[in-house]
Design a protein around this ligand. Sequence first.
Ligand SMILES: C[S@@+](CC[C@H](N)C(=O)[O-])C[C@H]1O[C@@H](n2cnc3c(N)ncnc32)[C@H](O)[C@@H]1O
Length: 206
Amino acid sequence: MDSFMNTLNAKQSFFDELAGGWDHGWQPENRQRLEEIFSGLLPEFRGPVLDLGCGTGVLLPFIKKYGRDPHFLVQADISMQMIRSAEKQSRAAQYGTCLQGDGHFLPFREAQFGAVFCFRVFPHFFDKTAVIQECHRVLQPHGQLIILHLMGHRELNEMHRRAGRIVENEHILPAAELSGLVANERFRINEVLENSRLYLVTAVRL
Ligand SMILES: C[S@@+](CC[C@H](N)C(=O)[O-])C[C@H]1O[C@@H](n2cnc3c(N)ncnc32)[C@H](O)[C@@H]1O
């Protein structure tokens, strides 16, 4: 437990440091790609929605636009600085609420959410199976789990290797393999897509 907490604290500090400049690295092209993904690739999803590892809240406009009623949004992240930025955006959009929370121990009761998004966060989870189990616990029956990146696993793992520091060894499995872990935790896999520009696993909670 001590080493888990040390890693978590170090990761929090790492992302706290990045929070101030995070939105500057968010390219307009990404917005266009998310528009295409939300409008063309994702299954229909309903709220309440949990954006786990929300960062500064880049998914908010898309969840607001594409979620079906009732589409209340909760944004959770371990980094307090990321949450502070997400809160500003949330207030401006008059949509969603933000809290500090860890994917391994989600601070919610069972069956609260219609969808959980994990956008660009999965490699950072220390125990991926535990997070999938937590997502199962907080999802309503038939709720959607959506794991998304804008690059494939090789590109992502290489990016982390180059970034060094605490993320150097934070890897994600190929989507086909990760979907196997998800299926083992009482999800029905809906869609698995992977190429060098996209990583998408969607699954329905059984
Ligand atoms: C690469 S950033 C992505 C942020 C946002 N989803 C985006 O795409 O801009 C990963 C985020 O996950 C958060 N994170 C890392 N480990 C986490 C955990 N165990 N539980 C919740 N959030 C976590 C980090 O603090 C960081 O904000």
